[in-house]
Design a protein around this ligand. Structure first.
Ligand SMILES: [Zn+2]
Length: 187
């Protein structure tokens, strides 16, 4: 749903802590069972311009209704291939786009590489550079330095309705919903 903080011109309140980067808020979170397939198995959706390479297609296996604007978080970690481009803040850590489980690569604009557990920790949606038991040999980018972290994590997706039933050999095998990664959907 669109966040309550939008004014009459549709602008978001920059001080609001409720909405995500797409300007949306989410309510009534629950687990659903669904079949997820890669979009390249659904050539019709790509050919009609509804879906793009990198999207996924979700078919609920239950009576749950998934509709436009819903956020779907997979219960298994996947690589966040592009990674997050960050700038080292004054804080003890910086905010990630997704909840991270394991780092794949972390390096800064000057070519320095950083190691998980020695230089940084991943804690939910944060990369932490300062913590009490940090090893003495641990380093960190200087404040203001740009760096990139690629990681495996719980990717979040935004649902797009596809208003047609999927019929196979006369059997209705459920509806399809196109999912796009949240970081590719901006307000
Ligand atoms: Zn808001």
């Amino acid at each position: 749903m669109r966040c309550f903080c939008r004014d009459q011109h549709g602008h978001l309140d920059p001080n609001c802590r409720e909405h995500d980067l797409t300007g949306n808020i989410y309510r009534e979170e629950h687990e659903i069972e669904a079949l997820v397939t890669a979009v390249n198995q659904h050539k019709d959706l790509i050919e009609t311009g509804i879906a793009f390479p990198g999207d996924a297609v979700l078919s609920p296996l239950t009576e749950d209704v998934v509709s436009t604007g819903d956020k779907i978080i997979f219960t298994w970690p996947l690589p966040h291939g592009e990674g997050d481009a960050l700038r080292r803040s004054y804080d003890d850590g910086d905010t990630l786009f997704y909840e991270a489980t394991r780092a794949i690569y972390c390096g800064d604009q000057d070519g320095n590489k950083y190691r998980q557990g020695i230089d940084f920790l991943l804690r939910e949606k944060r990369i932490v550079w300062q913590w009490p038991q940090k090893p003495l040999e641990g380093t960190a980018p200087a404040t203001g330095t740009r760096y990139v972290v690629k990681y495996k994590g719980f990717i979040e997706w935004v649902a797009f309705d596809v208003p047609m039933e999927r019929i196979s050999h006369g059997n209705d095998i459920g509806s399809r919903v196109v999912l796009r990664k949240l970081h590719l959907v901006r307000a």
